[in-house]
Design a protein around this ligand. Structure first.
Ligand SMILES: [Zn+2]
Length: 449
């Protein structure tokens, strides 16, 4: 049986998953502090979980549960084989607004599986042995799995990689490069794959264009970490054409620290493929009943780790909505979980100036006008010293623009949410305070709660 990448049929995939799930439940019921307590509380035991169908007996795990006590989500591995006991590395999730990053622990056993996951991501995205990957992620004060896993991905497929080291991770760090140096490196190293955050890659391509540099060897662009719509993809495609990378493809990934990788496209628009279905189970559940939904229906995206020995999450709500299918991919034929709608954050509605505002709708409207250009929406008090002075909806946009753009943005935001924003053009993204995280948040609420 093939446990590594492709399955010949849905039944074969299910058989591999059932075996992994049974092993996982054996260790979870004996060694997982959080789920042991949860099962006691729910009156459940190992015998209740005869097959994957019974997984839905467990209540959902929410981000808040995990963040409140991350150590209770790590298995007690005493007495297990050495590779299942030894901590190989610890990554951190970015946490909620102003929160501490949450540790995600991988044993050696987990790390070997992460290598297989990363290799399958590269295979799905069409990397071959002659490729040269440019790692354009910045170093961050806490490792999130973006910067370091690019190196591991390259190792898993024996392909070349170099790190451009953009920016300064901290005042104690001196190895970072400015934009021009990064652009020069991408050219001189002959990068064929650019891998990073979309807004930064867009800046790299824009600067290369300004400097008159050509990057014809670039054939793939891997983006993750920020929401990216089709308008932004087509803007990036144009930026690629301007530097001579005419046929380069932009491949979007739905990534999370909890995956230690991401769900990727085999071709633009083909949906986000779970790269290692024997290891990760992706389900979509009803937001009210929390029960699994049939394929094709929209709901919350839920992750279950089928084969981990460090941090283990079962029925973990990632905080996004999407639609799943398990039908073979019409493009690459892969049989796996595929999310066929761009995942959207499940963000609660916010009250701004007395209006209920849906951040997702505001972001979609701005994406439509701004494409891949970096921006941030902030909700903040008009005067922090006077709590009753009211709120401001502020839109900061990177780069130049004229009064017409300012007016277009103001009108569009007002149209979709009823609140007239203040629009600031020419803002420096570094001043947005989001660069400590590689995921730049597009919508932040800066009001004290
Ligand atoms: Zn495919």
């Amino acid at each position: 049986m093939n446990t590594e990448h492709s399955f010949a049929s849905g039944q074969e995939m299910l058989a591999v998953r059932e075996k992994a799930f049974a092993e996982t439940m054996d260790v979870v019921c004996q060694r997982h502090p959080h789920y042991q307590a949860l099962m006691r509380q729910q009156g459940l035991s190992r015998a209740d979980f005869k097959s994957l169908r019974d997984l839905a007996l467990l209540p959902l795990t929410h981000k808040a549960d995990y963040m409140a006590a991350p150590e209770t989500f790590t298995l007690n591995t005493e007495g297990l084989p050495l590779e299942m006991q030894t901590v190989w590395d610890t990554m951190y999730t970015t946490g909620s607004t102003g929160g501490q990053p949450t540790p995600f622990v991988s044993t050696s056993f987990d790390f070997f599986n992460i290598l297989a996951l990363q290799r399958n991501m590269l295979r799905l995205r069409g990397v071959h042995s002659q490729d040269v990957i440019a790692n354009l992620f910045p170093l961050t004060p806490a490792p999130h799995g973006a910067w370091i896993r690019v190196l591991h991905a390259a190792a898993s497929m024996n392909v070349r990689v170099f790190c451009a080291m953009p920016g300064q991770a901290s005042p104690y760090f001196e190895l970072g490069h400015g934009l021009d140096e990064v652009v020069q490196l991408v050219q001189s190293q002959g990068a064929t794959v650019l891998w990073g955050v979309p807004s930064y890659i867009y800046r790299v391509l824009g600067r290369a264009g300004e400097l008159g540099l050509r990057l014809p060897s670039v054939r793939l662009v891997f983006v993750t970490g920020e929401a990216m719509g089709e308008q932004a993809r087509s803007d990036m495609q144009q930026a690629l054409r301007r530097v001579g990378a005419d046929s380069a493809q932009v491949s979007i990934s739905y990534g999370a620290t909890e995956f230690q990788g991401g769900l990727v496209e085999c071709t633009p628009g083909a949906g986000f493929h779970n790269p290692l279905p024997g290891q990760l189970l992706i389900e979509v559940v009803d937001p009210h009943t929390h029960q699994p939904l049939p394929d094709g229906e929209p709901g919350w995206v839920v992750l279950t780790h089928l084969q981990r020995r460090g941090t283990v999450l079962l029925r973990y709500a990632l905080g996004d909505t999407s639609v799943r299918t398990q039908a073979p991919c019409p493009h690459c034929g892969a049989i796996t979980d595929r999310l066929i709608q761009t995942p959207h954050r499940v963000d609660a509605l916010l009250k701004v100036k007395g209006m209920l505002v849906n951040p997702a709708v505001v972001l979609a409207a701005l994406d439509e006008v701004l494409g891949a250009r970096a921006y941030q929406v902030q909700v903040r008090p008009t005067d922090p010293a006077q709590p009753l002075a009211g709120d401001v909806l502020q839109v900061w946009v990177e780069g130049a623009g004229d009064a017409a753009l300012q007016q277009a943005l103001t009108e569009r935001v007002k149209q979709v949410c009823g609140v007239t924003p203040q629009v600031g053009l020419g803002a420096d993204p570094h001043s947005w305070g989001a660069d400590q995280h590689w995921k730049r948040k597009k919508f932040v609420d800066l009001r004290a709660h």
